[in-house]
Design a protein around this ligand. Structure first.
Ligand code: F6R
Length: 333
């Protein structure tokens, strides 16, 4: 898993240079990305970037079926690395049943089969076979290129993401010793406390990836929450619940927070987070929006793998997910 994480800068650099050739509808009132887990996260990243640039809504659907409002001018993009995820396959089949515009992104499996049988535009995920969550750079880049073709987000080829990832790798990689490596230091703190990860705007999306990677790689519980919403609920127990002392607060910051949001971070720390086991601020992540997102994801992926090492667990297998898929009758990954 560490090798896969460390490959993110070079994969991102290579894929960002490539162009995407997929026939797509040119009249759209919206896009629904369907996907679960690591694949669904790619949809979350597209939707997050599209928030500030897209003239039409980009929505992520993480369930069976499709919402009723999805109509003939909404493109459904079904994303599944394995191509075997039950919920995603069900949504794609529903799109076909309802005769909705559909595109598919997968490495193979039943989803690729369905696309070929029905003449659905297919984006074939490149690279050797790996765990879906490790394949994020192989999926997110073509998905963003698809988004750019539709005018939802800027062309990702203009991003400085690869450069940013290389510089983070030099600061946080395994050869950088604990004393000067903030990712290793944070993993050390999370050995004794549950991570409570907070972010605003794009960093709220990244907080979800951090939580999922801590769950799947380090095999620990973690919480992800966003500002300002947490100011209206999650803030309340911090000064009064003993559980506060068992949590380490991770604040994912970005360069474009407004003054009001910055103030909320300050006041929330004074009223609530000061009761935690500790607080670590990560960032602010800088650069263009894609560079900031991918940089923050890379950072969290490293923390999760370092924590797995400290806990003495293998980051790769996700036995409970495989067992669940097996029990439900799908193919375990
Ligand atoms: C496993 C992982 C999971 C999968 C999810 C959906 O590494 O990250 O969260 O991504 O179970 O499977 P796919 O991505 O194959 O549709």
């Amino acid at each position: 898993m560490l090798g896969r994480v460390l490959a993110q800068p070079s994969i991102t650099e290579r894929l960002l240079r490539q162009a995407l050739q997929v026939p797509l509808p040119n009249f759209l009132h919206g896009v629904v990305v369907v996907g679960m887990g690591g694949s669904g996260m790619c949809g979350d990243l597209l939707a997050t970037l599209a928030d500030s640039t897209s003239p039409v809504p980009v929505v992520v659907h993480k369930d069976y079926g499709l919402p009723k409002w999805v109509g003939r001018t909404t493109l459904v993009v079904a994303v599944s690395y394995s191509g075997e995820t039950e919920e995603t396959l069900d949504a794609a089949r529903e799109a076909l049943r309802r005769d909705l515009p559909l595109a598919v992104m997968t490495r193979g499996g039943a989803l690729a089969q369905l696309a070929m049988e029905h003449g659905v535009p297919l984006v074939q995920v490149q690279g050797p076979k790996m765990l879906p969550r490790a394949a994020l750079p192989f999926m997110v880049t073509p998905l963003l290129q698809l988004g750019a073709t539709l005018g939802l987000v800027p062309d990702p080829r203009g991003s400085t993401a690869a450069l940013h990832l290389r510089s983070l790798a030099a600061q946080l990689g395994p050869s950088v010793p604990f004393e000067s490596n903030p990712a290793k230091q944070l993993a050390g703190k999370l050995l004794h406390a549950t991570a409570a990860i907070y972010g605003h705007g794009p960093m709220a999306t990244v907080a979800q990836r951090w939580r999922a990677q801590l769950n799947e790689n380090a095999k620990v519980f973690a919480r992800d929450l966003c500002l300002p919403e947490m100011n209206h609920n999650d803030l309340v127990p911090w000064p009064v619940d003993k559980g506060a002392a068992g949590q380490h607060v991770v604040l994912l910051r970005h360069q474009h927070e407004s003054e009001r949001v910055k103030l909320r971070f300050v006041v929330t720390e004074e009223l609530g987070w000061c009761h935690a086991a500790g607080i670590t601020q990560v960032g602010p992540f800088e650069g263009d929006p894609l560079a900031a997102l991918l940089g923050a994801i890379f950072y969290g992926d490293l923390v999760s793998v370092y924590l797995a090492g400290l806990r003495g667990v293998d980051p790769s297998p996700v036995e409970a997910i495989a067992a669940l898929k097996g029990r439900l009758g799908g193919s375990p990954q």
